[in-house]
Design a protein around this ligand. Structure first.
Ligand code: TXE
Length: 485
């Protein structure tokens, strides 16, 4: 008798509903490699139902005073905080990340995303211009209609809330498509939104695969705004689908981020910060510093101390409070990590730490997707391992001799998402930050996030910026009204 798993249904028009086709996908727990729930395997018909609900809800929601919308979003933030433990555990089971990380990063950030945009809409400013005595111009920023929000598996609730909050705060209605690999916290968020009194149809969540549901969202003529976060390959497909329909699109894509340590850096801070930026969430954060460049005079010291510190990271059952390195999100992603570790060896790299699957963690996790923190040295700078996104616990460390050389190395990639620079020389910090082609440059820190600043990538890391004012502008349409004097 097959065990009955909990079913993650779609959330449409304020109700949890079965997918029209009645099909479900197994939802696998990465730590065990076994299914623990089922997720709706939806299609175009389900997206059509969601569009009808979003369309019906738009008139009232977009006309509701911002202060009223703000109260509902603040209630959502409060309920996320109330359910911190439940959401953290769900996120950890669904993604394989350590429970401690879900509790300290993902869930608190989801709450702060709602809280931030709930208050930001109370203080927005609009432009006005007096045109040389003949006319008065003012800009109306209006909600655009239905927003399609597509998110990845690595920081599921963090990144989905980062899209939902601004989109609905300014008065749009939304159709969200979480990753089919990690649907659980999106499902729990729907329960919270219903409890918070979010009107039916304002937020609709349709679960399923990218080609069946994601593509139906990007193709739907009534979904005029698309906010996508995911891989560059998929981002290109999203852009191709949206272009002929003149949709407004924001793409937050992959990264292959440089992390530069100059000899004058505070090495204690640089080593601690670099271990964190290399292996946080098992290296499955698009902002991770996967290419470490160290000034030659401190290279050996850095590598030795980095390896000592990285080898102390506790790889274990994600639900164990002491675990600092959990499971990789899927078998496919684990195989991708292993592929690149093998490729690195073929390209002349030396595996200075890790490099092979660990011994079984425990009985529960013996079939889970685990891989230890891995450090590769002695690679050529422009080999595939150093140019292609691995998105796992694998970093390369390479020496450099001068500023000019390392800026060339840092920029020698198709990506341009984020970078870190460790130096005590303020002039150098400004100089290097100005020349590195990434959307964010952290100096003597990593992943310090201020929701008011623009966030996003250049080149193959994306188009557009989200965060703060940028997000409010992205999800609204500016209209200029010109009144003759
Ligand atoms: O991406 P995918 P993943 C990047 C990260 C890595 C990747 C990992 O660097 O490259 O994303 O996430 C849906 N039409 N970032 O593997 O496959 C799919 O179902 C429409 C960067 O999930 O691109 C999922 O919901 N949608 C980022 C979502 O797209 C489609 C932060 C992403 O899936 C689709 C996080 C299609 N044809 C990860 N095919 C940043 N820059 O902030 C799939 N999807």
């Amino acid at each position: 008798m097959q065990k009955e798993f909990p079913r993650i249904k779609n959330f449409i028009d304020g109700e949890f509903v079965e997918p029209v086709g009645g099909k479900y996908l197994d939802n696998i727990e990465p730590a065990t490699g076994k299914p623990y729930s089922k997720v709706a395997d939806s299609g175009k018909e389900d997206v059509d139902l969601a569009v009808a609900a979003a369309e019906a809800a738009f008139a009232d929601w977009s006309k509701m005073p911002a202060a009223e919308r703000s109260k509902i979003l603040l209630r959502i933030a409060d309920l996320i905080e109330r359910d911190l433990e439940k959401l953290s555990r769900a996120e950890s089971i669904d993604t394989g990340k350590p429970l401690s990380l879900a509790r300290s990063l993902d869930i608190p950030r989801a709450s702060s995303n709602f809280r931030f945009f709930a208050t930001a809409i109370l203080h927005t400013e609009n432009e006005a211009h007096v045109t040389d005595g003949v006319a008065f111009n003012y800009t109306l920023r209006q909600p655009r209609g239905i927003a399609g929000l597509i998110s990845p598996w690595n920081l599921p609730l963090y990144l989905l809330s980062w899209k939902i909050a601004p989109a609905i705060a300014v008065g749009n209605t939304a159709i969200a498509k979480p990753s089919e690999l990690t649907p659980m916290t999106a499902y729990l968020l729907c329960e919270i939104c219903a409890e918070a009194g979010l009107p039916n149809g304002v937020l609709n969540v349709v679960h399923g695969t990218g080609p069946n549901v994601g593509a139906a969202v990007t193709a739907h003529p009534k979904i005029g705004t698309i906010s996508f976060t995911g891989g560059t390959v998929t981002g290109r497909k999203v852009a191709e689908a949206c272009a002929p329909l003149f949709k407004k699109v924001s793409l937050e894509l992959g990264g292959k981020n440089p992390n530069i340590i100059f000899a004058d850096a505070d090495l204690d801070a640089a080593i601690a910060g670099s271990v964190r930026s290399s292996f946080a969430n098992q290296g499955q954060v698009c902002l991770c510093g996967s290419r470490v460049f160290v000034e030659r005079s401190v290279y050996k010291t850095f590598v030795d101390r980095f390896i000592d510190k990285a080898s102390e990271l506790k790889l274990g059952d994600p639900l164990d409070e002491k675990t600092e390195q959990g499971a990789i999100v899927s078998k496919a992603q684990l195989d991708k990590v292993k592929f690149y570790v093998d490729l690195a060896k073929k390209e002349g790299g030396v595996t200075a730490l890790g490099g092979k699957a660990p011994d079984p963690i425990n009985e529960r996790c013996c079939d889970g997707y685990f891989f230890p923190p891995t450090v590769i040295t002695d690679l050529p700078v422009s080999c595939r391992t150093n140019r292609e996104e691995i998105f796992g616990p694998v970093v390369t460390i390479t020496p450099f001799d001068n500023e000019e050389e390392v800026i060339g190395y840092a920029n020698d990639t198709d990506y341009g998402l984020a970078s870190s620079v460790w130096t005590q020389n303020l002039n150098r910090a400004h100089r290097v930050a100005e020349r590195i082609s990434t959307g964010t440059v952290w100096v003597n820190c990593w992943l310090v996030r201020d929701l008011r600043v623009p966030f996003g990538g250049m080149k193959a890391s994306g188009v557009g910026r989200e965060g703060g004012e940028e997000a409010l502008r992205f999800f609204t349409e500016p209209k200029n009204v010109c009144i003759a004097k």
